[in-house]
Each structure stands twice: as structure tokens, then as C-alpha cells.
Design a protein. Sequence first.
Lengths: 353, 187
Amino acid sequence: MDKLASLLHTTPAIAWMVAKLVIVFGGVFSLAALWTWVERRGAAMIQDRIGPNRAALFGKIKIIGLAQPLADGIKFFFKEDLVPHDANKGLFWLAPFLALVPALMGFAVIPFGRSFVSGGHEYHMALLDPGNGMGLLYPLAIGGMAVYGVLVAAWSSNNKWAILGGMRSSATMVSYEIGMSLAVVTIFMTAGGYDPSEVIKAQGHLPWAWNIVRQPLGFIVFFTCMFAETNRLPFDFAEGESEIVAGFNTEYGSMKFSLLALSEYCHLMTASALIATLYFGGWQVPFMQNPPVMLSVASFLVKMLFFAWVFVWIRWTLPRFRYDQLMHLGWKAMLPMSMVNLVFHAWRMSQGH
Amino acid sequence: MGVVVKKVELSWLDRTYVWPVMKGMGITLRHFFRQLFTPTAKRYTIQYPDMKKEMPEGYRGLHELKRFEDGAIKCVACFMCQEACPARCISIEAEEFSDLNITQGFEEKRPAKFSIDMLRCIYCGMCEEACPKDAIWLRKDYEVAAYDRLAMQYGKWDLMNTYAKADGKELISEDPTPSVPRRTIAM
């Protein structure tokens, strides 16, 4: 790292920051693109179909259809970019970015590997170093921003189906955020801090000391709320073929639609990274005190991708909720459950455990 | 008369919602792995241009005009198929042919032209039923498509060669016996 930095005439800190930016955002973005393929292929397999397997590089190299996201991207770029006549043009253009940027930004504090020391410098495997004062409050706050992407897209396209979809999904996000936050607060409480590195350190390397075992109720609440936050299937009220056409992205086409779709997958990646960090020990390798750096990164990736797969898996297993059922679940089940979780752990802590 | 709807009493385990979800996920995962580890050839989906479905016995696909070993057409131009055809897609022109002189008596009839309009054909198999010589068969090829209408007019030689490649026979474009007698017997 030192050598590379001197070659580029920068300090190691800046070089490392740039490398992290490329790795994290490029990685999350390309994983999200890849996950569109995983989603389609996984759905096909679950339904005893085959899925997209024909897209080939240069018409020849057909690697089980892995070129599909690329082909989709090219197709989207060459589609006509239509802005409806009565749409609010500025917001209409802004909305896809408002949806995508928070989805990517949430990833910034999540440590994706063990910190290491090289050449007298300490390097942290997270965009924002630990002790930045924001900690895990930051992805939660940014997650709240995601409502704007959906709502602005819906509002600006001046379409009644879109606005219905946007309203529904923003209501979902807002009401599930409360249960989610209370579940996370419990973790902050038991970990004694809200910095992700502290949360991970508090969980340790033993799988039975991870938060999933300590707070299964909190996990269920947080996991469910993540589905509502990412607007994915059991709770995908932003869309609805039979009710409101395509929901908030009815009027979108071309690359703008593609960005909106991608933002959902970026959200999914951030959400699964959050789940892995909060409940599954982040980069901790089971039964290994100080794992090698690359192994810790691999461990984090495995956990994250597993949860990303669970998102896909759940989507093709469960039917959708009705809207009132969703609100029932959010306010009458998730919120009390996370409150019980909070009170129970507060009581346990007061007993000196 | 109303139908009595039986309400199922859910157990507390079912009412938690978590357990049924996990059962459902188990089912989908089983399907996922079963499909993942099934070789492509054994999956339900037939990857069409690469793999083709073997049609069942009795399938009525593209027609074939049968031929004898020497390549002579079996059809005797009796017009039965043309009469039987409900879509009126068959049109035949007959001709006489013989190896011998006309006066020697051994004369036969065969189609000079035999064309089927594949755009009109409904693949009902009535021509096959009507044929006294078993000369026209509807077999298993279902890939009847073309870029223009003219290409869908199958002539005599097209129809005789439709399955030549599949059966390992050679393509023919000429009758072994010409319609004009080759030799005459001196009287």
C-alpha cells in the first residue's frame, strides 16, 4: 500500500480510501447487477424452470447466462428515454438517483473485513473508519432517505397508479422503521455502543455468542422489517401488477427504470450486509480468534451473499400480504415484539448478565 | 343449498407464522436443489433449438410422399386425398407413364405435380386415411415455417424428400421412369 501510494504521489490514507471506494461501491453495484440474474435464475429453479441461460459474450461464450445483466444494461441504454408530458421534469430525472444513492451510501460504515496494520498504518475495512461518531445510526438514517427515492419517483411522474404505489410503499417503510429501530437499539444496548466495529467485537468469534442466538426475537423483527425497507416481495407494495400497474415506476423507462430496479438490489445488498453485521458477527470467522484479513472478508461476503439469497428465496416462497394485513403485522406484531425484546434485554442487563 | 366451508383450526405453531414460512421455504429449497442437480436433458423444459421433443406415436406432422426402393413414387394419382382434404390444400396433376410402348398394355398413372399448400393444411390426417396405397404419411416433423408464402407451397419433390435426411435416404428429384417411353417393341 505504501509503495502504491508513493507511486501515485498520494498518502497511503488517500490511496486506501480510493481503493475502498472502488471496491465497496463498484463491488456492491456489480453484485446488485449480478443479483438480478441470480434472482431470475433462482426463481426459475424454485419453480422447476430454467431461467435466463442463453445470453452469451460475443455470441459464443455462454457461461450459464451470466452475461444477462450486461445484455439487459445494453438494452436499457438503447431504449427510448421518455419523460411524460405533464411530469415534473426535474424531479423525474432526480428520482432514480435519489433511490440509488442512499441504497449505496448505507454500505459506507459497514466493516467488510478485519482491520490490519501495514507499514505503521492501520487500515480499516470500511469506508468510514470506526469511531466516526455515526456508527450504525448512519445506515438507519440513510435507509430512511430511501423513502424519498420512491416517493419522488411516484410524485413526479404525475400518474395516479404511481402515486398510489409510492404512498403505499412510503407508509410501509415508515411504519416498519420503528420496529426495526427498536430491534437495533437492543443490540446497541447489549453491545455497549453503536459503532459497527464495537457491535462485531461484542459478538465475538463463537457462533453461539452472536446476536442471532442472544436475540432471536430481535432478529425476526429486524429481518422482517428489512423486507419492508427494501420493498421486496412479501411487502412489495410499491408495485402490484393487478392493482396499480407497475406502481411507482409506471412512467419510467430506459436507464432510469434500470436505476430504480438496481437501487432495489443495492438496497438488498446493504440490508443483507446489515443483517450479517448486526446478527451474524460481521466479518468474524467462526472459531477463529484473529482470522487472516482475506479470510475475514470472505467470511463477511459469504454471510452477506447468503442473506441476499434468502431475500430471493423468500420472495419466491411467500405470497404477498394484503395492505391491511401488512399494517397489522407492522404495528400489532413487529412493534410489540421488538418492544418486548428491548424490555427483556434491558431487564437482563439490569440483573447483571 | 350452501356449501359448508370447513374452517381449519390453526395450531399455535401455525399462528406464529414463522414455522409455516420455514416449511414453505423448505419446500422451495427442495425444488431448487432438485432442479439444480437435474441434468439439463431430464428437466421439464426442452431447450428448443438445441433439444427437440420426440413427438408421440400417431402425431400428425409434416407430410411425406412415400417411395419405392428404386425411387418411384407410390402415389397413383387417384385423387382420393384431394377429395378428402377438408382444407382443399392438395392439388394433383396426373400423368401416365410406362417403360413399354403404349400398345403393350402395361401402363401406370402417377402425379406429374403434387402440391400441398402448407399454409392451408390443418394436419387433420384425412389424406393419410383416404390413401389406398399408403403413399402419403403425416409424420413427426413439426418445424414447418418459411420466410415467404411461396416457400410454403410444397411440390412433389419437396414432399418426397421431407424425411429423406431423417431416414438416411437420398434426395431425389427425378422419376426413375420417364413419362415418355424409353424403348419401343418392334411390331
